[in-house]
Design a protein around this ligand. Structure first.
Ligand code: AFP
Length: 343
């Protein structure tokens, strides 16, 4: 009796079996003139993420906790896992032959590899560094642009385009399970890595961000540095108005990937506004704000810098920062009204 029970395989979801590659290939078949290079590029990104995930899962055993002793272009102390994840992504993408330009939070300048690849890939190799040594969810964030002329010598200027030009974006979340959330402009899809198979399987397709939520996510510790408009928003969202669904609950992990993922699925709002310490905001436009804004808009949500749409911002430098407010359309609109003084 007891033996037969242990051989019953666990129930699997109906989409189990649809790999990331199957999903992207299906998209490619639907795209006239597709060459397979884009599919191959996304497969290389997912390979890099699986390699990083395997190390994140055993960082304490692999001597990957703590600092390298270096300071990066952001002026931050580099963590070993930051450096490792950056190296993996750069190597895998360079070897793919698809990237003319590679930009990373950990690299001062863009790498304009010697080969005229068709794509620009920008990434935050390990998001949530302050949580690495604490075993709290961290991630990788990436954005993809198509080069306007893949035959010309690659230049960093090709990366300095508004987020509305992105053709794909996504993030990996190294949490209780490893997730990859991806959009290639046809909705937002979530894949879970099966560690036994080492493959990403589709587990949620066409994710929609609810139009309104009941949770807000902000570093309350910055309150004193916020503008009066943002302070008013903060007081309002915590205000006791049961008939208007307030106060909202507060959640803050301190890893953009984790706070954004929760907001994407549950609705509500994540905000990292400008403040006296970071008058231009803290988060990086090209490889944190733009990819997240692309994902949220594809899921029916919204992303602004307090006033304008993130995806319309024209970047001028690789590592420029921006305030980032993203989430449910109604909640983001409420924030905009307070931060622009309309309310
Ligand atoms: P990095 O580890 O990539 O620098 O990301 C950290 C981060 O940019 C983002 O993940 C968080 O949302 C934000 O910083 C947390 O900042 P605070 O510690 O100031 O709240």
């Amino acid at each position: 009796m007891s033996d037969s029970i242990s051989h019953i395989p666990p129930p699997v979801s109906p989409t189990h079996g649809t790999t990331l590659r199957d999903h992207v290939l299906a998209g490619m078949r639907a795209a006239p003139g597709a060459t397979g290079e884009f599919t191959s590029l996304l497969s290389h990104i997912s390979l890099a993420i699986r390699i990083i995930a395997s190390r994140v899962r055993q960082a304490g055993l692999a001597d990957l906790l703590g600092y390298t002793g270096e300071i990066n272009v952001q002026g931050e102390a580099v963590q070993k896992l930051d450096a490792y994840a950056n190296e993996v992504l750069v190597n895998v993408l360079e070897r793919s032959g698809h990237c003319g330009i590679i930009g990373s939070e950990e690299l001062e300048g863009a790498r304009t590899a010697g080969h005229p690849g068709k794509y620009v890939v920008l990434f935050d190799p390990l998001d949530g560094s302050s949580n690495i040594d604490l075993n709290v969810s961290i991630g990788t964030i990436f954005a993809v642009l198509r080069r306007q002329d893949a035959t010309s010598p690659p230049s960093v200027n090709e990366a300095l385009r508004p987020g509305r030009d992105l053709i794909a974006a996504g993030y990996a979340l190294y949490g209780p399970s490893t997730l990859m959330v991806l959009s290639t402009g046809q909705g937002v899809h979530v894949f879970t890595m099966d560690p036994n198979v080492g493959e990403f399987f589709l587990c949620q397709s066409n994710v929609r961000c609810p139009p309104r939520g009941a949770l807000y996510s902000v570093n309350e510790g910055n309150h004193a540095r916020w503008s009066p408009g943002v302070q008013n928003w903060n007081a309002w969202i915590k205000g006791d108005a049961k008939d208007e669904g307030r106060p909202y609950g507060h959640r803050y992990v301190g890893s953009l990937v984790a706070d954004a993922h929760r907001t994407l699925l549950k609705g509500g709002i994540f905000a990292y506004p400008a403040d006296k310490k970071s008058p231009k905001g803290k988060l990086r436009l090209l490889y944190e704000a733009n990819p997240m804004a692309f994902i949220f808009e594809q899921a029916g949500g919204a992303a602004i810098d307090g006033g304008q749409r993130i995806l319309d911002i024209a970047p001028s430098t690789l590592h420029e920062r921006t305030p980032l407010i993203l989430g449910s359309t109604e909640d983001v609109e409420a924030f905009r009204a307070f931060s622009t003084g309309a309310r």
